[in-house]
Write a protein that binds this ligand. Structure first.
Ligand code: ADP
Ligand code: ASP
Ligand code: MG
Length: 404
């Protein structure tokens, strides 16, 4: 018997009645060859609408109720898609997170998937019915609804694919694959046919929102092949490959960028053992992810300590730092929310030198000032002024001939 394929449809793919009908046809077609499990996002714009609605009753709504609210969009699209399938004579049933026991941690809005009831899904398939599962959400041990962070339906899909030992997880979206950078920002961006898991982890981790980072982490951990493709047009899309890529790689495979970042600088902290931990420990305890971290050389026993967090964590991070006990002394705390991160990613960086200097020259030629730099084996991240993001991405894209 052929193996299961999980198909995930994003917001624009189910953005209207017509789109849902089109998706139903894709599902019907695929179900002729493989057992299909479907995961859906909310109709496009719906999650944003719900988030705005939540603001009607204060800036800090209860985290539990917030997740209960913003998870509802996926229920709508799941039920509608089931109806659309019924209309073309395909048996289907929608399932919410609680109906398939999609268990997560209890950190609301950032919950992590722990476990899912594969038996329920299998029983449905065995009865000849296509399960349509709500993406983006789960339940805690005590049954409260949680959500997985923006773009979290990708992660639901890959987690289910892992649990069901699926042949593959197909992520249907509004672009026909993964590009060298966001094609909406750089029209010259080129579609990539095969990208390594390692590169995709860095691209997604650095903001390429085409697939959520947690989804790639799951795929990597449980060895699930993932394909990203369009629900609007046919084509093979991009395969995120589990194989080590032995082909000759270019220097840089792709460029990711992330706005909505905030830079915190603790100016004049005393340079003593435990200082970095004294700052980053409480942030980590508060479940705030810190990214680029730079500590300067100290002068007279004092130094500057700078790091970035995502904008949604800004006020929480500020609160956390201010509440750190008096053992942390500093002269000044500067917060800059006008920044962006631009990252070059490529396994070719391992074996080639001179990538950083090419990047710095391109930015210098465009008159863009570099505020922070951080590197890893296959990535260079540069922090710049937010207003220069598009220009920086375009000039780097050109400098590394990704348009060729
Ligand atoms: P969905 O609603 O289907 O989950 P998303 O909006 O989350 O879709 O992700 C698709 C979008 O990701 C594309 O429309 C594109 O603008 C953006 N994107 C960012 N980086 C890339 C990239 N490197 N390749 C393709 N798309 C990208
Ligand atoms: N609907 C959710 C969001 O907009 C989840 C998703 O689309 O993956 O973030
Ligand atoms: Mg998405």
């Amino acid at each position: 018997m052929s193996k299961i394929i999980v198909q995930k449809f994003g917001g624009t793919s189910v953005g209207s009645e017509e789109r849902i009908a089109a998706v139903a046809k894709i599902v019907k077609e695929a179900s002729k060859n493989n057992p299909i499990v479907v995961v859906v996002s909310a109709m496009s714009g719906e999650t944003n609408r719900l988030i705005n609605l939540a603001k009607s009753f204060g800036d800090n709504p209860s985290k539990r109720e917030f997740d209960a609210l913003i998870s509802t969009g996926e229920k709508v699209s799941a039920a509608l898609l089931a109806m659309a399938l019924h209309q073309i004579d395909v048996p289907a049933k929608s399932y919410s997170a609680s109906q398939i026991s999609m268990k997560t941690t209890d950190s609301y809005s950032k919950a992590r998937i722990l476990d899912v009831d594969g038996e329920k899904i299998q029983e449905t398939l065995d009865a000849g019915i296509i399960p349509i599962i709500t993406g983006f959400q789960g339940i805690t041990e005590s049954g409260d609804v949680t959500t997985l962070g923006r773009g979290g339906s990708d992660t639901t899909a890959v987690a289910i694919a892992a649990q069901m030992h699926a042949e593959r997880c197909d992520i249907y979206t509004d672009v026909d694959g993964i590009y060298t950078t966001d094609p909406r920002v750089v029209p010259e961006a080129k579609k990539i046919d095969v990208i390594t898991m390692e590169e995709m982890l860095e691209m997604a981790g650095q903001g390429a929102k085409v697939i959520q980072i947690r989804a790639v982490e799951f795929a990597n951990k449980y060895k699930v092949p993932v394909r990203v493709l369009s629900s609007f047009e046919s084509g093979n899309g991009t395969l995120i490959s589990l194989e080590e890529n032995n082909m000759e790689n270019g220097l840089v495979s792709g460029i990711a960028f992330q706005k909505d970042q905030v830079k915190f600088t603790l100016h004049g902290v005393s340079d003593t053992p435990g200082m970095a931990y004294g700052i980053l420990g409480p942030l980590s305890d508060a479940n705030i992810e810190v990214d680029v971290i730079v500590q300067n050389v100290s002068i007279n026993g004092k130094t500057d300590f700078t790091f970035t967090v995502s904008k949604e964590d800004e006020s929480y991070a500020l609160e956390t730092i201010k509440s750190i006990n008096t053992s942390l002394e500093y002269d000044d705390l500067l917060v800059d929310s006008n920044i962006a991160k631009v990252s070059l990613v490529g396994v070719g960086m391992r074996t080639h030198a001179g990538i950083a200097s090419t990047a710095f020259k391109a930015l210098s030629d465009s008159g863009i000032n570099i505020q922070m730099i951080s590197t890893s084996e296959i990535k260079i991240t540069i922090v710049i002024d937010e207003n220069a993001t598009e220009e920086a991405v375009s000039s780097l894209h050109k400098a590394f001939e990704l348009d060729k």
